[in-house]
Design a protein around this ligand. Structure first.
Ligand code: HEM
Length: 147
């Protein structure tokens, strides 16, 4: 039993380990691949999800307090640039978070880990967001009228 907060505090990386992170990420993309609610963001991704599975696992390993595998390979932890080509509004962010929350659940993440990740996961997903709302095709009445 720990006697305080600091002596028992663990990083998400210490809780999950590299294999746990890989398992979480594989489950995350498998959910994105199958959940009807995530079809919108699935369509933005390449047909083969294997490369992005590796990249996100490398990224999260560093982000969760482990070795900075992604930064070592690509020299940056900025997630804005690789997402620039995609329309990521609140709906897309929430689809991403839905997959992540379900992946945590399916991989048996503890309540403690879920609590620990809740706010930072939202923040990073919202930081990747590059639009305020739905794509203009859905909100611009002229475009709809013209269609
Ligand atoms: C908020 C909603 C998000 C959407 C819709 C989204 C979508 C995408 C898409 C479409 C790609 C390209 C993948 C491909 O070509 O197959 C990508 C790459 C990537 N995403 Fe996201 N993403 C989101 C959030 C995030 C977050 C929060 C993180 C990190 C915690 C992240 C990490 C990555 C990484 C590491 C890559 C690979 C980048 C590279 O090429 O080096 N994404 N994402």
């Amino acid at each position: 039993m720990g006697t305080g907060v600091s002596d028992s505090a663990q990083t998400p990386f210490q809780i999950l380990g590299e294999e746990g992170i890989r398992n979480l990420v594989n489950t995350f993309y498998d959910l994105m691949d199958t959940l009807p609610e995530a079809a919108g963001i699935r369509a933005m991704h390449a047909r083969d999800l294997a490369p992005v599975k590796i990249k996100l696992a490398e990224y999260l390993t560093g982000w969760m307090g482990g070795p900075p595998l992604y930064a070592q390979k690509y020299g940056t932890v900025c997630m804005t640039t690789p997402h620039e080509p995609y329309h990521i509004g609140p709906a897309e962010r929430d689809q991403w978070l839905l997959c992540m929350n379900k992946a945590l659940e399916q991989t048996g993440a503890s309540e403690e880990l879920v609590e620990m990740l809740k706010v930072p996961m939202f923040r990073i997903a919202d930081a990747v967001r590059n639009k305020q709302g739905p794509s203009s095709a859905a909100t611009n009445p002229n475009i709809i009228a013209a269609g």
